[in-house]
Write a protein that binds this ligand. Structure first.
Ligand code: ARG
Length: 572
């Protein structure tokens, strides 16, 4: 049980014993050290409901509160707040248990089948900054779910189907005839651009492209072979970006839109059988009472176009059906841009109405905001083009290299490169993850690469500082007890003991910035502890105990950064 759950449970039992059964205890970490470690704010609400004096009720609750051995002191403050001071010995034991446990004392929640769908790029284009957020955030969620021992499936729902693939395969065919395809496909962006120019300029080519779409959808072996070649090259490019980013997506996680092609007629037939489909100007549409148009009519979601073609939603319905019937998932996280939020609301509603997903299956859109440039507009190159991800990452590493070379010129070249990769990539990821997911944020090299503030380099550096203590300490004893005396020790230990609460909360809320905030807090508290409480200069049990706190700090930082997909270094 987490610390918060434990206190909450005991507090609710006390409320019940004091005559307020079922009243929420509203326990939270104290906002100021003078309020203790935790505060319970539920008494006021409970007193109001019972029409009694809150301070009197608080006194009764405290009389019934059983925190023996856990709290050293419980006080009533103001109108009826209850402040709890955790006992240092209890805290020390809890930290020691975490230190000896591979999962840092975190008890995983019930195991469920969870899918994290992320990255999901459209293969027609090279990966650009617009793909960064889903890829980074989704990867953290997948890592957190793994850590919480969930049965995790990663899914990369790539856009590998649709009309543009007719154009691309037709162009590939042409290029092949002139023997230039290998070269052309080196630069997907260029390839797409040229194909589009051909398409716009030449009616003959446009007809050919349309013909290719039909042949592709009809399963024509030659066209499919070309299409596969195109998909192959695009996926290789994606993999290169994933590897550079240190993202855990592999080829086996790719299941593209094309793979649901055969299910689409079934989706339409099922919706039809259930009476959910209506004809509307030749198209087949599901009308949703829950969504209103501007004229206050039920909003229509097109499932099949007049020409027989299917839409984005149709494919997604096919995917949900598969995810339930074949994979039996309990929870699916769709890590996709906030601008698609209406699509997902409608999709989930239709899926449930049609029984493609049972009520119990949790379908969650995990939206995120836009990455902006200095000018507050979507991030672009100077000339207004899209920024290729692979180039952005190369720049991050270059910039980090310059910093490392300046900070530590004597580091061997190979180490400089290694540190630069970890710092550069870490900085890009952390800058994204540390912001509230749903807000837009400004991409700034200077702030993300700063060694001060809530940044990856700051945390990575904090980690190396802890490690350097261990390099100097020759007598570290892994089984030494922790003894908490100084306030700085208690504050650090208290925060370290909250790791479980934080990780569980991130797993539920899918908001990685809480983990970032937490790690930053730990690094800051360690710094204070390091200044206030000499480690290597102290002696005996005190020294051994402080080393233990340092060890748990290091372990918490490396585990936490690991969940964020950020590398730690022993020196930098
Ligand atoms: N490929 C889509 C795009 O780039 C994102 C796919 C999101 N996932 C989904 N199941 N619809 O916009």
């Amino acid at each position: 049980m987490t610390l918060l759950q434990l206190i909450n449970e005991r507090m609710e039992a006390a409320l019940a014993a004091a005559g307020a059964p079922g009243a929420p205890a509203v326990v939270q970490p104290a906002s100021k050290p003078e309020f203790g470690d935790y505060q319970a704010n539920g008494v006021m609400g409970a007193a109001k409901a019972l029409r009694t004096n809150p301070r009197e009720l608080a006194a009764k609750v405290v009389a019934h509160l059983d925190l023996d051995g856990i709290a050293e002191r419980v006080e009533i403050a103001g109108p009826g707040f209850i402040n709890i001071h955790i006992h240092p010995d209890w805290l020390a034991r809890r930290c020691l248990t975490a230190l000896g446990d591979a999962r840092l004392g975190v008890t995983p929640p019930a195991r469920r089948k969870v899918m994290v769908e992320y990255s999901s790029v459209n293969l027609a284009k090279e990966m650009h900054v617009g793909h960064l957020r889903s890829t980074i955030i989704g990867d953290v969620l997948a890592r957190v779910m793994d850590f919480l021992e969930q049965d995790v499936t990663r899914a990369n729902h790539v856009g590998d189907w649709g009309t543009q693939f007719g154009m691309l395969t037709a162009y590939l065919m042409e290029a092949r005839k002139t023997g230039g395809d290998a070269l052309e496909l080196n630069d997907l962006e260029e390839f797409y651009r040229k194909a589009k120019v051909r398409f716009d300029e030449s009616p003959g080519f446009a007809d050919l492209a349309r013909d290719y779409v039909v042949r592709l959808q009809g399963g024509d072996a030659d066209v499919l072979a070309l299409w596969r070649q195109f998909v192959e090259v695009s996926l290789e490019h994606c993999q290169q970006v994933y590897d550079t980013l240190g993202v855990s997506l592999r080829r086996e996680h790719v299941k593209g839109e094309s793979s649901y092609n055969d299910d689409l007629p079934v989706v339409v037939a099922d919706l039809d059988t259930l009476g959910l489909l209506k004809e509307d100007e030749g198209a087949r549409v599901v009308f949703l009472e829950e969504f209103r148009t501007q004229e206050d009519k039920p909003m229509g979601v097109i499932i099949q176009k007049k020409d027989g073609g299917y839409l984005y939603t149709t494919t997604d319905l096919g995917a949900i059906r598969y995810r339930h019937r074949v994979l039996g998932l309990d929870r699916v996280l769709y890590v996709v841009d906030a601008r698609q939020s209406q699509h997902f609301q409608q999709l989930f509603l239709i899926a449930k109405k049609a029984g493609f997903a049972p009520e119990s299956m949790e379908l969650e859109h995990i939206p995120f905001g836009t990455m902006l440039g200095d000018d507050g507009r979507p991030f672009k190159t100077r000339s207004g083009g899209t920024v290729k991800l692979i180039e952005l990452l190369a720049e991050a590493v270059e910039r980090a290299y310059a910093l490392v070379a300046e900070k530590n010129p004597d580091l061997p070249e190979e180490d400089k490169r290694r540190v630069a990769r970890a710092v550069g990539i870490g900085a890009v990821k952390y800058a994204d993850l540390s912001k509230n997911r749903t807000s837009d944020y400004i991409f700034s090299w200077d702030s993300m690469l700063s060694f001060e503030g809530n940044t990856a380099p700051y945390l990575q550096y904090a980690y190396t500082r802890v490690q350097s203590v261990f390099r100097k300490a020759e007598d570290y004893r892994a089984d030494a007890p922790i003894v908490i005396g100084e306030p700085a020790e208690k504050q650090l230990a208290m925060a370290l003991a909250q790791f479980e609460d934080v990780v569980l909360f991130v797993g539920e809320s899918c908001q990685p910035h809480h983990l970032c905030q937490y790690l930053y807090h730990i690094a800051t508290l360690f710094s204070r502890f390091y200044e206030a409480c000499p480690i290597l200069k102290s002696e005996g049990d005190v020294r051994a105990s402080r080393l233990q706190l340092a060890a748990l700090t290091a372990k918490t930082l490396s585990t936490g950064l690991g969940l964020l997909g950020i590398e730690v270094l022993d020196a930098m």
